[in-house]
Design a binder for this molecule. Structure first.
Ligand SMILES: Cc1ncc(COP(=O)(O)O)c(C=O)c1O
Length: 387
């Protein structure tokens, strides 16, 4: 695997890492924008200040580029990708559009991120029931889920690819296959995974995958995408209908002919107007991933995370490793529970180490620009904080 020069990357794209003493290990909350995305946002603000400089379809070209780049990143066809302003919108494309009816059951894990719970809970109004699979030893219980999926009333399964709190990485292959065998829809929230780990949807049985750009894709707020499996598109009704979702919208000189024919691809789920500058920023960040190599980025993150996993295993008297130790079961989100999480969080903050406190654990989430030394510093503080 090709690796890249982290110091050069820091100097070029994340110059603030070389100014001040702060260590940023909180990309699972908000990813850092690379300089090229910052420059892109600035140039779009300047264009808007003098809009005569915009070319006629400059915004629409940005969305098309996003669809191309995202498709390349996750192994999808461009027709399977629609631009979305956040993860939630993509999840709602599934929850509102899937043909679920009274008596159907949707399964997810207890402890899922609320964006993956409330949209499905709201289906109670039409008699669809969301059931939560309890955790086992604090982690997502895949075996129990697979067992529950045998019930005939289960019609959809939804989950995060990587859990925001435990860092548990779902086995999308096994769950997807089980869904396909039983005719169950499989909906994935990938915001804590895409950008940190590699994904090839062409080899998985996922029906809908939603992802915001603001975390591991190092992209602006307001950018994101949804993947809808090609064969599902005719069946998945758009529940919010956009004017650019129609084929006729391509012809701006005949806008009021009102020809109600959706695009036959995922653009039928897209709503406009979307924030073009934010998507241009996402495109810039995606180009950075392709320059570094998405696999190399994933490998780099794994190197930094595994440093901490080994440390936590060796320091079991001080901390409890919440995230599974097995590299196949985790990605960039690492949760470590000290005996006193609040005191540990305060000690990290005092040392200017940016992290999150989630569900009683310290969450550390390094990205392509973080170093093992930075992670080491965080571990020193975590260890030293113990009585
Ligand atoms: C698993 C997960 N899903 C969704 C979100 C956010 O959703 P949205 O992009 O809709 O704000 C987060 C974090 O904020 C998250 O961790």
């Amino acid at each position: 695997m090709m690796s890249y020069d982290v110091e050069a990357l820091r100097a070029r794209e994340f110059p603030w890492t070389q100014q001040g003493e702060q260590i940023f290990l909180d990309n699972a909350k908000t990813g850092a924008l690379p300089s090229r995305a910052v420059e892109t946002l600035k140039s779009w603000a300047e264009l808007r200040a003098a809009p005569h400089r915009l070319t006629p379809y400059q915004d629409l070209e940005v969305f098309q580029k996003t669809r191309e780049l995202v498709a390349k990143l996750i192994g999808a066809k461009i027709g399977e990708i629609a631009c979305m302003p956040n993860t939630t919108y993509g999840i709602n494309v599934a929850s509102l559009g899937l043909p679920l009816k009274s008596g159907d059951v949707v399964l997810t894990y207890d402890g899922e991120y609320p964006a993956d719970v409330y949209p499905w809970m709201s289906l109670a109004r039409k008699g669809v029931k969301l059931e939560l699979i309890p955790k086992l030893d604090g982690l997502q219980d895949e075996a129990r889920l697979l067992e529950e999926m045998k019930r005939p009333e289960v019609k959809a399964v939804t989950m995060s690819w990587v859990s925001f709190s435990t860092g548990f990485r779902a086995d999308l292959e096994t769950i997807g296959r089980a869904c396909r065998e039983r005719g169950i829809y499989f909906v994935v929230d990938a915001i804590q995974g895409v950008g940190a780990a590699s994904l090839d949807v062409s080899k998985l049985h996922i029906d809908v995958l939603a992802c915001g750009g603001q975390k591991w894709l190092l992209a602006p707020w307001g950018s994101g995408f949804v993947y809808v499996r090609e064969a599902l598109i005719p069946e998945l009704e758009p529940m919010v209908v956009g004017w650019l979702a129609m084929r006729s919208s391509e012809e701006f000189t005949r806008m009021v002919d009102y020809d109600f024919v959706y695009y036959d691809d995922a653009r039928r789920y897209q709503i406009n107007t979307l924030p073009a500058p934010d998507f241009a920023g996402l495109n810039a960040s995606l180009e950075l991933f392709f320059e570094l190599g998405p696999e190399s980025v994933a490998e780099h993150i794994e190197g930094v995370v595994s440093e901490a996993v080994q440390w936590a295993l060796a320091n079991g008297d001080k901390v409890r490793l919440v995230t599974p130790a097995d590299p196949a079961k985790r990605a960039g989100v690492l949760a470590i529970a000290p005996r006193d999480p609040v005191a540990a969080s305060e000690a990290l903050s005092a040392a200017k180490i940016f992290h999150s406190l989630r569900e009683g654990a310290i969450r550390l989430s390094p990205h392509c620009f973080n170093t093992r030394e930075e992670m080491g510093r965080a571990l020193e503080v975590l260890g030293g904080e113990r009585p």
